[in-house]
Design a binder for this molecule. Structure first.
Ligand code: FAD
Length: 321
């Protein structure tokens, strides 16, 4: 039987997260000659499943059931296990997101597959797949290869380039209804935080503030700068602990891990726990009034100065472009 890779498309706020398309590209890199099958889970996702084909899948499966409207471990696990029974793929790829982190190990253990998680890049070397993943909170990288051609990979968002979208690309979209029972958790209500627009973990530009931002008003200034780029605002734990902003913005070892094209750290000292969440950003700009601040050790560009003087000038200049 020809090689086949199953790629899980992840739905958020009624659309596919971009990590779904990055996962399709990763699958192509991992097994260039394999058939790529996109699978999207939800209560009415046939339209979204088609998008997986536009982004490189050869065909797609829309796994529709009312129980899949919101994520629960039990329902998603049962649905995916049924798809895997039917399809019997030689590889599985999904995002290293909150959902992927919860689901992937459960599926891996049930299928007896070795999971290589949090991959930031993949390459073929002498006919073998090599997956690179950060270890020790991003201080080192290791390369792993799947043992016997079968693999299960989760990929870190924003690290693997999605394939170019082709809306004319055709492929079969099959709708299936899984048999789901015995869900042990019931979602009664979803209390949403006020939407800030751009998803922090997928933003191309992140403007993050620390204790140096001094208060919630300072974060409004950071938001203004982020808006100029169409980016998102993040924070250090220092800023979250001081109640300058919500913990959902925290970046670092105990917060979110981000890999934007541009990371601007304003009033952040650069503690090791913060670096764990952002040191793989492509370009890092630090604004700090202390020239000895450790953040400058990893910054590509450093501005020694008061952020309240520097950021308004940056906004003004950037708006001119
Ligand atoms: P500070 O260290 O107080 O730095 C503030 C900086 O702002 C200083 O460098 C100062 O020079 C500068 N500054 C002040 N005023 C201005 C101004 N007007 N203009 C420009 N610069 C100015 N931290 C995280 O961020 N994320 C984590 O996930 C995380 N997890 C942790 C887990 C554990 C187990 C532990 C023990 C700690 C963790 N921490 C984490 C906390 C971390 O150790 C630091 O305490 C925290 O990152 C410091 O935040 P900060 O840089 O905002 O504050």
């Amino acid at each position: 039987m020809a090689e086949k890779i199953l790629v899980l498309g992840e739905v958020k706020n009624g659309d596919l997260r971009s990590v779904s398309f990055e996962a399709a590209a990763a699958a192509k890199k991992a097994a260039p000659n394999a058939e790529i099958v996109g699978a999207v889970l939800g209560d009415d996702v046939t339209g979204l499943a088609k998008k997986m084909i536009h982004h490189g899948a050869d065909r797609a499966i829309a796994v529709n059931a009312p129980e899949l409207k919101n994520y629960t471990t039990d329902a998603y696990q049962q649905a995916i296990m049924q798809v895997l029974e039917e399809e019997n793929p030689s590889g599985i790829v999904m995002g290293h997101t909150a959902l992927g982190k919860d689901l992937a190990p459960r599926i891996a253990v049930r299928k007896g597959l070795a999971l290589i998680s949090d991959i930031v890049s993949l390459e073929q070397q002498n006919g073998e797949l090599l997956c690179t993943r950060p270890i020790y909170s991003g201080k080192a990288f290791e390369k792993r290869k799947p043992k016997d051609g079968h693999f299960f990979l989760t990929i870190r968002p924003n690290n693997i380039q999605a394939l170019e979208v082709d809306e004319n690309r055709d492929g079969e979209v099959r709708s299936v209804t899984p048999d789901i029972k015995d869900i042990r958790t019931v979602i009664k209500d979803i209390a949403k935080k006020a939407a800030t627009g751009v998803d922090l973990s997928e933003a191309k530009v992140v403007v993050a503030g620390g204790r140096g931002v001094k208060g919630p008003e300072g974060f409004e200034l950071l938001q203004e700068l982020a808006d100029v780029f169409g980016g998102a605002v993040g924070a250090s734990r220092g800023a979250c602990d001081a109640d300058y902003c919500d913990y959902s913005l925290q970046i670092g070892q105990t917060g979110k891990v981000v890999t934007p094209d541009l990371y601007i750290a304003a009033g952040i000292s650069g503690a090791i726990q913060h670096l764990a969440g952002m040191s793989n950003s492509k370009v890092i700009v630090a604004i700090n009034k202390d020239p000895e601040a450790p953040i400058f050790d990893i910054a590509d560009y450093g501005i020694v100065g008061d952020l309240f003087d520097v950021i308004p000038v940056l906004i003004e200049e950037l708006k001119k472009e």
